[in-house]
Ligand binder design. Structure first.
Ligand code: SF4
Length: 690
């Protein structure tokens, strides 16, 4: 209508960690009481990461903002049914129950899940609320399910657990190695830069059990058996050393522990690895040579590497390759874990982890505790010194009655965590569960109180993308219904518990973050508004940020080699469960589908299926489209089968986006002993026609 007023608001995508910027197109109609509405998305040609490019989720996946199922008022469960109530009553109920549990059982009776979907400022406040108000380090978030092994593995090898190079460096590499990453579906705009590099002739080797779109476009696709990663990575190191391809000067000057690695991989010949990976010895040798001989080589990986019981060791084995060859700390040379959700990097940075305050400052360090306590107006003794529980450990503690209450902000463990029957049972054992979300997710349905949150379009703040770039999130419209931004909800909860935070808005929260977090010390909303984005570490207000890590020295001083050894997956196929089940993501949906399944994308991709190789289907007497029962030792789901030669025989694959075929009812909760990340990528399964 000609009298409608339109405006654009620059913000950051709420889906994947690529961190694309775009303009939300907002319409205001001059009719009293009619709210503003987000009606579309326009490319921002000057966006630092993506330019004018957006994927289908950023472009067409935002109508969840105004979806009729958005939570508009607080809900309190009475006699098993949710009843809408006022904020005042909901906050009072939470405060009363939290205070009773705190005085009866102490702070460690609480568990808190922060959110990779929430802003940095919100995650920071959730961390402050857990530690400073509830008195517990039992805080975690979904990084435990995706890159906890990266944080642990790269921190041990380099001193910081993040992507070492900017996305723009893809164009500067002359060899690309992508392992365990379905980049074209999980990080589509970033994948476009890989595809462009391949198009320009840059060699790219993709290692994956499935022939993904990127694998099909790559110079070479190595179809690895699920679980063979560490054998392959050690064999690559073996070849590099055996053929004298290592960078001796780099190893001498900038690393330590080479002899330990050399001894560990001496027996890891390509012939040994071939039987564990399904990759021919000569292909392994050639891949090692190409990586080592390249002038500037980069490795990219995601959850095919990290979601294993050897996840931390897999990451260390990748770091070993970079340290052996000196492919780190240089333009176009680095180790690049692609972070999954839009702000999973930021949630880690902001201390949504059980062992560290913001900026990875250890909770066990008395000086660090004293610093935070002084700023928060507490005695140092009020901040717990012992590392808290991971999400998996919280659920175990709930099952045995040690954890009494949880606050879950914007996460959906009922669909995202392994062995979901176990997750539901644990959450039902709690005395009190509070969920903060924009929809009544599968997890929120189990809560006693549900607090309605704002979407990204209704609040101010920042997200930190996969390349450590802190970018602004800007409010485009008023909160939908009576929803409140997560930061406001946490401030209100602290006040209701008698521990008010003196913070007026997200800009003030960022100022507090900068004061207490050395790597964010130079970052402010004003500066981000002026400069567009800053990569941490940014230690001072006149520091330009650090797009490339470890240039002259590693964060830990010298790079550390690690001797890591192959272990088979926790569950091997057997007579009863003869196939391997692997899980992942699809282009048109995101995570547990809470947002993407309430958009136009649902019409494009309304149903999940199971990918299976035709040889396995023939053996089972299946044809394309047959409905099958997919079972593991933990449960069974039904879904149609789709036959494809793009998956290795013996392995089947589906996504975890669909509650109707909730694959995490089947996945294995066996964990990596270091990072406590579950082995979501491999378990034994059987398939039978329904
Ligand atoms: Fe959003 Fe990721 Fe797509 Fe970019 S690539 S538009 S950040 S989902």
């Amino acid at each position: 209508r000609p009298w409608d007023v339109r405006r654009k608001v620059r913000t950051t995508c709420p889906y994947c960690g690529t961190g694309c910027n775009f303009d939300l197109e907002v319409i205001r109609r001059p009719i009293a009481g009619e709210p503003e509405e987000v009606i579309g998305v326009a490319s921002a040609v000057d966006a630092p990461v993506n330019g004018r490019h957006l994927c289908v989720k950023g472009r067409f996946g935002l109508s969840f903002i105004h979806h009729p199922e958005r939570l508009r008022r607080p809900l309190v469960k009475k006699e098993g049914r949710f009843v809408e109530t006022s904020w005042e009553e909901a906050l009072n109920v939470v405060a009363e129950r939290f205070q009773a549990i705190q005085s009866d059982c102490g702070g460690d009776a609480f568990g808190v899940l922060a959110s990779a979907k929430a802003t940095n400022e919100e995650n920071y406040l959730i961390n402050r609320f857990a530690r400073g108000v509830l008195g517990t380090n039992n805080i975690d978030h979904c990084a435990r399910l995706c890159h906890a092994s990266t944080v642990a593995g790269l921190a041990a090898a380099f001193g910081s657990g993040a992507m070492t190079n900017p996305i723009a460096d893809i164009a500067k590499s002359d060899f690309l190695l992508v392992i365990g990453s379905n980049t074209t579906e999980s990080h589509p705009v970033l994948a476009q830069k890989l595809l462009q590099a391949i198009g320009r002739g840059t060699p790219c080797v993709v290692i994956d059990p499935r022939k993904t779109e990127l694998a099909a476009a790559a110079t070479e696709h190595l179809a690895i058996r699920p679980g063979g990663d560490l054998a392959l990575l050690n064999a690559l190191a073996h070849v590099i050393i055996a053929e004298g391809l290592q960078d001796r000067r780099f190893i001498e000057e900038r690393t330590e522990g080479f002899e330990e690695l050399q001894a560990a991989v001496v027996a890891c010949s390509p012939e040994w690895a071939a039987s564990l990976t399904g990759i021919a010895p000569e292909v392994i040798r050639e891949t090692a040579r190409r990586y080592a001989r390249a002038e500037r080589a980069s490795i990219f990986y995601t959850m095919g590497i990290t979601q294993k019981r050897t996840g931390t060791h897999n990451v260390m084995a990748i770091a070993n390759l970079a340290l052996l060859t000196g492919h780190i700390g240089k333009e176009g040379s680095g180790v690049n874990p692609l972070r999954g959700q839009n702000n999973v990097q930021g949630a880690c940075d902001m201390g949504a982890l059980p062992n560290v305050f913001p900026g990875y400052q250890p909770v066990g360090d008395a000086a660090v505790r004293a610093k935070f306590a002084a700023d928060w107006g507490l005695d140092t003794a009020e901040l717990p010194a012992k590392a808290g529980l991971t999400v998996g450990e919280m659920l175990e503690a709930a099952l045995v009655g040690e954890l009494k209450a949880m606050l879950i902000v914007g996460e959906n463990p009922v669909l995202s965590d392994p062995d979901s029957a176990h997750v539901v049972e644990a959450l039902q054992r709690l005395d009190f569960l509070v969920a903060v979300d924009i929809f009544l997710s599968e997890t929120a349905q189990l809560a006693d109180v549900v607090l309605p949150a704002c979407s990204f379009a209704e609040k101010e703040g920042t997200f930190t993308n996969t390349e450590r770039r802190v970018q602004r999130v800007r409010q485009a419209i008023d909160p939908v219904g009576q929803s409140r931004p997560d930061w406001r909800i946490v401030v209100d909860l602290a006040a209701a518990l008698g521990r008010p935070f003196d913070l007026a808005d997200p800009a003030a929260v960022m100022a507090e973050i900068a004061r207490l977090t050395p790597s964010y010390a130079g970052i402010s909303h004003d500066r981000l508004d002026r400069e567009g984005g800053l990569c941490w570490p940014c230690p001072a207000t006149d520091h330009p940020g650090t797009p490339r890590l470890h240039v002259e020295r590693f964060t830990r001083g010298k790079g550390r080699f690690h001797a890591v050894h192959y272990l088979p997956p926790a569950e091997a196929p057997d007579e009863e469960y003869p196939l391997v089940l692997s899980t992942g993501r699809r282009l048109f949906h995101y995570h547990t589908g809470t947002m993407s399944r309430r958009t136009e994308l649902e019409a494009i991709y309304p149903e999940e299926h199971l990918e299976m190789h035709p040889d396995n289907a023939a053996h089972l007497g299946l044809t394309d489209g047959d409905w099958v029962r997919l079972s593991t030792r933990r449960g069974a789901i039904s879904l149609p089968v789709r036959l494809t030669e793009g998956i290795i025989a013996g392995t089947v694959f589906t996504s975890f986006h669909f509650s109707e075929a909730a694959v995490n009812a089947l996945t294995n909760s066996a964990v990596d002993p270091v990072a406590k990340i579950p082995e979501l990528k491999v378990c034994a399964c059987s398939v039978e026609i329904v």
